[in-house]
Design a binder for this molecule. Structure first.
Ligand SMILES: [Zn+2]
Ligand SMILES: [Zn+2]
Length: 555
């Protein structure tokens, strides 16, 4: 019997974000990605959401490394948190490592890790893990699919990918290698990106965006052009730069991550912008508008980003007006729509001409759509299939595609966060679940915000609070003086006086009655009486349920 292999999903199956999986052979663990997720609007005050790392903390000495498939935050943004407690090397393409390095450095954790760069199609052993890194095309260059050659056959993880036959750098998803592995050793289990499984057809090639951009630059000759895209989308930056250079515009980058990434990519020879056409942002304000192209961050409407500041008229570098055209070369990630709308509105107020993906094809997705997913399934012919990287409906749609492509009904296994696949000679099945809840980061502290805290914040945000202070004399079984009521965020002061008076009376009445009734009145039971008296009164008078905080003091 060959050794058993386990795959545990710690994040990314049931949400877009915080991707993290653990492959286990002989008790050793190789992580695939360690990402973060940006919070939903109802996660009040939460900055970031991480995978629950307790499974890894318990096995800290067993972690052989973490393969980072590509340089997106939903795949590497958790590293600077996990490395606080656990030490392991990070494996990825040179660009991925350069992008990951920044945050780990900022967190002062460089001594907790080692960066191991691997090349396209390299096959390398890390402890019991025999890994092959296969090029894939995505919206950041130099991503990998990973083939794990294990005692239980080959497990292929697609990474985030699309099948772009005409990518900007010519580096296509290497279907030939995947097919060769499938034909020679066979692929036992395929784990594949489900983000666009619900989208029919085929994604557009990234190079088609370049043509649209070129046309827009042509149509906007004479105007200043400001573009915004993801800072890690080096190929998009390249195409914007190409359009700018062909119209002899001077390029300036704006926003810290854009400036960093452009520098890194140019140093690595992955981004070609001639020195003659690149200038610092502080040196372009006086150039004629038709000579300038700004490449900025903030395409998702992030609050303090360069584009948001420009839209609010608060940028220290640029004042926008009717003479400017802004091209948003992006598509809002679900959850960011409101912020993007705010930016669009701000720009409209300034009279700026705006082009976005709803108007022109200035964006192409980095994730494979249904036809591409089917192609991957055809090429890899997996015996077993588990969809990864997606919300539940994406996973479900991808599972259906796999069955339609001939994977046996029982060999398509839908997993969610916390599920574990056990792979042995008999087949593949789900094992016991592991903890995989949301780990919230608020400020610099990880994990001190639980669901209870969030529930409280939600009540406070939506209903406000009413603090009721009652002093009692338990010996004499009486209320001392009148109760006091203090409120915040509940109702306007001018309207509150009568209600507060009423509330005081209601509380006084109930507490007095309770003291007279019961022989064993303690502080805790009196607090309950105060809470229910105040709560009932407030609900009846205002139809609201603010947080009631009873404080009972004994004289
Ligand atoms: Zn990605
Ligand atoms: Zn992703």
């Amino acid at each position: 019997m060959a050794a058993q292999v386990k795959v545990t999903f710690l994040g990314g199956l049931g949400e877009i974000g915080r991707n993290c999986a653990a492959v286990e052979i002989d008790e050793r663990i190789m992580l695939i990605d360690c990402g973060l997720m940006f919070p939903d609007a109802d996660m009040l005050g939460v900055d970031l959401v991480l995978p629950d790392f307790s499974y890894l903390h318990e096995r800290a000495d067993n972690i052989e490394g973490c393969i980072v498939t590509h340089g997106h935050e939903d795949h590497m943004g958790g590293l600077s948190f996990l490395l606080r407690d656990v030490s392991f090397p990070i494996i990825g393409s040179a660009l991925t490592l350069a992008l990951a390095r920044n945050r780990i450095d900022e967190a002062g954790l460089l001594d907790k890790t080692e960066f191991i760069a691997v090349a396209d199609n390299e096959r390398r052993k890390f402890g019991p893990f025999d890994c092959e890194f296969i090029p894939v095309t995505h919206s950041v260059p130099h991503g990998f699919a990973t083939a794990f050659h294990t005692p239980q056959g080959t497990i292929m993880h697609s990474g985030d990918f699309k099948l772009d036959l005409d990518p900007v750098d010519g580096r296509r998803t290497d279907l030939a290698t995947m097919g060769a592995i499938a034909r020679t050793e066979g692929i036992r289990l395929l784990l594949s990106d489900s983000t666009n499984a619900c989208e029919h057809g085929h994604s557009r090639s990234e190079t088609t965006v370049g043509k649209v951009l070129f046309d827009l630059f042509h149509a906007n000759a004479g105007r200043r052009i400001i573009t915004a895209c993801f800072a890690s989308h080096i190929h998009r930056v390249q195409q914007i730069a190409d359009a700018a250079v062909s119209f002899d515009r001077i390029i300036a980058t704006l926003g810290r991550s854009m400036q960093n990434n452009v520098r890194i990519a140019r140093e690595m020879g992955l981004l070609n912008i001639p020195d003659s056409h690149l200038r610092d942002i502080k040196d372009v304000a006086d150039l004629p508008p038709e000579k300038v192209c700004i490449i900025s961050t903030g395409s998702q409407g992030e609050a303090m980003s360069a584009l948001s500041l420009m839209a609010a008229g608060e940028s220290r570098w640029l004042k926008l007006s009717e003479d400017d055209t802004v091209i948003l070369s992006s598509h809002p990630i679900p959850g960011n729509e409101t912020n993007v709308t705010k930016v669009l509105d701000g720009l409209a107020r300034l009279g700026v001409e705006v082009v976005h993906s709803g108007i022109e094809d200035v964006h192409a997705t980095g994730h494979a759509k249904a036809e591409e997913l089917k192609t991957l399934l055809t090429v890899t012919e997996p015996a077993w299939f588990t969809p990864v990287h997606g919300e539940y409906r994406h996973l479900l749609a991808h599972a259906k595609l796999a069955r339609n492509m001939g994977v046996a009904e029982k060999q398509v296994i839908i997993c969610e966060d916390g599920d574990q696949l056990i792979i042995d000679d008999r087949g593949i099945r789900k094992g016991a679940s592991v903890p995989a809840g949301y780990l919230y980061v608020d400020g610099s502290v990880v994990g001190d915000v639980g669901h209870g805290v969030l529930r409280d914040r939600k009540v406070l945000a939506e209903e406000g609070m009413v603090v009721v202070l009652v002093t009692i004399d338990i010996g004499n079984r009486t209320v001392v003086g009148a109760p006091e009521v203090v409120t915040r965020g509940w109702i306007q002061d001018s309207l509150a006086n009568d209600l507060i008076e009423g509330c005081i009376a209601a509380v006084h009445l109930d507490v007095t009655a309770a003291l007279e009734r019961s022989a064993h009145s303690d502080i805790e039971s009196m607090q309950k009486v105060v809470r229910s008296a105040a709560g009932r009164f407030v609900k009846k008078q205002t139809q609201r349920r603010p947080m009631i905080i009873p404080i009972v003091i004994e004289t």
